[in-house]
Design a protein around this ligand. Structure first.
Ligand SMILES: Cc1cc2nc3c(=O)[nH]c(=O)nc-3n(C[C@H](O)[C@H](O)[C@H](O)COP(=O)(O)OP(=O)(O)OC[C@H]3O[C@@H](n4cnc5c(N)ncnc54)[C@H](O)[C@@H]3O)c2cc1C
Length: 524
């Protein structure tokens, strides 16, 4: 990543011998690259599309301490999640932010209320901070005006955290690159290469030059999320991914303003809880949990059934708001890389990660946002069994590097946001701002300077990379941000050297993608 070293130069360097090749540029691959660089390994990450193109830009954006694990009696795991969450809140302030939740307890939940109460007490004890409160129905309704969940008997207020998932991936990759790693997007790995029955490298395709390159290394780690089985190929026996789709709606916060996230039982699917939460100045509603069938090679999209399911939830949960499909700014769907055990109800499948070793290929399935560092360390420990000379990952050190001294050049740029998202690069970014870069893109919390910096320095190849993942204005503005495109064009043409023909092609492809995968399904 980084336009400082051009793509051509990175392709040339692939011929070198690497210690480690990580396949997949989601949070799992990013974390592994980062930890490998800390250990001084010569590490390369290859991503078939854009960084965070997969599930890691399509999650519910929660950096949670694992309350669900706690309710399953998994104390050690919850403790680890809570610790990682708290560290991320400290080290990544501005990117990982506190989020308070209101959990509504209804008639059907009354009998398990004590379990929630006990769970939240433990959650706070593990976190070292007493953050939860029991709420009466009037308390809960006062804290979220307009919220009227069916059969309300009371509830809880508790604390967790949220992030911008794609930006978390980018920050981790950026830190890895600054520490000597190499990361290349739009570089699909076609297959793992084996010699004497052991993985020794990968064959990667350069789509722009229509050629393939063999890359050799000591260890290959497969971090391809829902597509993990495809790379395991014929050696992949036993555990398999069960791809489970989850979709979201993004609503205008003018129509559904929230201070706290709210979680409540779906009005017609009484087994499941749904949520609405404030995110990036909008309101995120989720989620579903359905078998997706085959692992996604193309972008998943919300179905009409999922749209109705989520609309029913918010319409009944907030009856006075009079919400309709016209209030939906955008939609998105992601596919969970869950390890399948054949449970009938998808929501009963475990969300824990698994690390496999097959013929020297290490495969990681099911990594989460909160625990990416722990997953990375476990993967690198597994790699040592293939290559014992690899250093052992230590247990100390920060997850995210400090952004350093506050050198930002004046103005009133929102510092925590910029420092959180750009870490070590925040000062350089702010100091290189051009006229108008400190202005906010109307309808979003994002600065024009963030968009310019991304175009200049964050390995943007296509317009969709810029508008859907580097900044999220494609999700936060109506019609994919079409009203901003003339100013985006000026920035892209300057920073990415796109001529008029390239701009028109990128714009047409982006708008077609938006209609197919990020807008409402069907004839709306
Ligand atoms: C609806 C939903 C909500 C969720 N909410 C949360 C949440 O709130 N908090 C949380 O912690 N987790 C959440 N998760 C889970 C979490 O998002 C995922 O577990 C995590 O993002 C998986 O990351 P990953 O890096 O393993 O996979 P991915 O992010 O999918 O990354 C894999 C990458 O590998 C690339 N790839 C695939 N094949 C190849 C190849 N041959 N060559 C090169 N690259 C390849 C893909 O393009 C992709 O970018 C949610 C998931 C879903 C679907």
């Amino acid at each position: 990543m980084g336009q400082e070293i051009g793509r051509a130069e990175i392709w040339e360097s692939l011929q070198n011998q690497w210690d480690l090749v990580v396949v997949g540029g989601g949070i799992t691959g990013a974390g592994i690259l980062r930890e490998a660089c800390r250990l001084g390994l010569k590490a390369l990450l290859l991503e078939q599309r854009d960084f965070a193109w997969g599930t890691s830009s399509r999650s519910s954006k929660l950096v949670h301490g694992g309350f669900r694990y706690l309710m399953q009696g998994r104390f050690a795991l919850t403790r680890a999640c809570v610790r990682e969450r708290n560290r991320l809140l400290r080290e990544g302030a501005g990117l990982i932010n506190p989020l308070s939740f209101l959990l509504a307890i209804d008639q059907e939940g009354v009998s398990t209320r004590w379990a929630f109460e006990a769970g939240l007490c433990l959650y706070d004890l593990l976190s070292g901070k007493w953050a939860h409160r029991t709420l009466s129905p009037p308390d809960l309704l006062r804290m979220s005006p307009g919220f009227r969940p069916r059969g309300l008997k009371g509830g809880f207020l508790y604390g967790d955290a949220q992030t911008d998932d794609a930006r978390l991936v980018l920050r981790v990759i950026r830190e890895a690159v600054n520490a000597g790693g190499t990361a290349l997007n739009y570089a699909p790995v076609e297959e793992v290469l084996y010699h004497s029955g052991r993985a020794v490298g990968v064959r990667v395709r350069d789509e722009f030059r229509n050629q393939t390159v063999e890359v050799f290394c000591k260890v290959v780690i497969n971090a391809t999320g829902p597509r993990a089985d495809s790379l395991r190929g014929k050696f992949g026996r036993g555990m398999k991914i069960r791809p489970l789709r989850g979709s979201h709606l993004i609503l205008s916060s003018d129509r559904l303003p929230l201070v706290h996230a709210v979680t409540f039982r779906h009005p017609s699917d009484r087994k499941r809880y749904v949520f609405a939460l404030p995110w990036e100045g909008a309101t995120l509603v989720g989620t579903t949990d359905l078998d997706h069938g085959t692992p996604p090679q193309e972008e998943p999209a919300i179905t009409t059934g999922e749209m109705d399911y989520l609309m029913t939830a918010v319409q009944e949960g907030f009856p006075s708001a009079g919400l309709s499909l016209e209030d939906v700014l955008s939609t998105f769907a992601g596919v969970r890389p869950v390890v399948g055990t054949g449970k009938v109800d998808p929501s009963r499948e475990s969300r824990e990660y698994v690390i496999l070793r097959e013929k020297g290929l290490i495969t990681v399935m099911g990594g989460k946002l909160t625990t990416f560092r722990l997953v990375a360390r476990d993967a690198l420990r597994a790699a040592r069994t293939s290559f014992p000379l690899f250093p052992l990952p230590g247990a100390k050190g920060p997850i995210l590097k400090s952004p350093g001294e506050n050198l930002l050049g004046g103005g009133d740029a929102p510092l925590p946001r910029i420092q959180g998202r750009h870490g070590e690069d925040a000062s350089e970014m702010a100091n290189s701002a051009e006229a108008g870069d400190r202005e906010i893109i109307p309808g979003t919390p994002c600065l024009w300077g963030e968009l310019r910096w991304a175009a200049r320095r964050e390995a943007v190849v296509h317009l969709e990379d810029l508008l859907l993942r580097r900044v999220r204005i494609g999700l936060l503005l109506p019609s994919g941000g079409v009203s901003c495109l003339s100013r985006v064009r000026t920035i892209c043409q300057k920073e990415l050297k796109w001529d008029d023909a390239r701009w028109e092609k990128e714009k047409a492809e982006y708008l077609a993608l938006y209609r197919r995968c990020y807008s409402l399904p069907g004839p709306f």
